[in-house]
Design a protein around this ligand. Structure first.
Ligand code: SF4
Ligand code: SF4
Length: 296
């Protein structure tokens, strides 16, 4: 394994094991790779250098996952790599904008593996790199010793709220996320955009209009995303960039990311309302998710 890639074994849920493998899901080994600080420092959520560099990091992590699969199989344990976007095709209902949940939630698996805890918008936060990590997993029925879940929350809650203030989709809720709103940003040139663009080309009135749409910047970005996944698998991660948790934040990021131009008075009011509700005993979705968010 590469030095900067960490592995952690956990017992998976019965459902995740059965959804992916009836036979070889006795353990979930979660792998994390940090994202590059150089592109985290670019403030624009839609910068394609970020998408591309994140895609390269994911490729490295996927290769490490496959190396682990082959290593386990050399030892006699059949194994399966699980990418972060592995959704169940049977759940697709013909609506490209429908939010599809992955077969195995890697942020939750990472919490169970002791890598970190979930934040206000349910992103995984780690002590070393905050939320600025990518995840994959490997399933194998190997009797490894499991890591322990962290009990104490890493997230600083609505009193921090920087993820909410920075979100271009305004998708951050009270220990919750508006996933369909987020999807349009974290996969800006994914399947939903592709089908929308093709529909616009088909519906255009004239041949000249169709040709212009075909040759448009949107077509160009869609093509690039199909080639590399940049802009489809990788996309917005502004909430991760601005999170102050992580040893890397002050050292590498604060000078570039402390200011949040997306902040508005409406967002500040929503955070103030969350703080007031928590003071009154209403912590939104937190109690139901305390296992993964952790205790204060
Ligand atoms: S990925 Fe982007 S759109 Fe989604 S919650 Fe984070 S900042 Fe908002
Ligand atoms: S930015 Fe603040 S509120 Fe959001 S996840 Fe990080 S610590 Fe929690």
């Amino acid at each position: 394994m590469r030095r900067s890639t960490r592995t952690h074994g956990i017992p998976p849920t019965r459902a995740a094991r059965k959804d992916i493998s009836e036979l070889d899901g006795g353990r979930v080994i979660v792998l994390a790779k940090k994202l590059s600080a150089g592109v985290s420092r670019i403030a624009s959520w839609s910068d394609r250098h970020k998408y591309y560099n994140d895609e390269l990091a994911l490729t490295l992590l996927e290769e490490a996952s496959l190396e682990l699969v082959y290593w386990l199989e050399d030892l006699g344990y059949p194994a399966i790599a699980v990418p972060p976007t592995h959704v169940d095709p049977w759940r697709y209902g013909g609506n490209p904008s429908q939010h599809l949940t992955p077969l195995l939630s890697l942020p939750h698996a990472a919490v169970e593996a002791g890598l970190g805890t979930l934040g206000l918008n349910l992103q995984l936060i780690t002590p070393a790199y905050g939320p600025r990590v990518l995840l994959t997993a490997v399933l194998a029925s190997i009797a490894v010793e499991c890591d322990r879940r962290m009990e104490t929350a890493l997230c600083r809650g609505p009193e921090c709220g920087r993820c909410l203030r920075a979100c271009p989709a305004d998708a951050v809720r009270h220990w919750e996320r508006d996933w369909p709103a987020c999807d349009a940003y974290r996969s800006p040139h994914g399947f939903a955009k592709l089908t929308d663009h093709v529909e616009r080309i088909v519906a255009a009135q004239t041949a000249e209009q169709k040709k212009a749409l075909l040759r448009s910047e949107t077509s160009f970005y869609l093509w690039q995303s199909i080639l590399r996944g940049a802009g489809a698998i990788t996309g917005c991660r502004r909430c991760a960039d601005v999170c102050p948790v992580g040893a890397d934040y002050q050292a590498m990021l604060a000078d570039a990311l402390d200011a949040i131009p997306e902040d508005t008075s409406a967002k500040a009011e929503r955070l103030a309302d969350m703080i007031a509700r928590e003071t009154g005993g209403d912590a939104g979705s937190r109690p139901a998710r305390e296992r993964w968010i952790g205790k204060r």
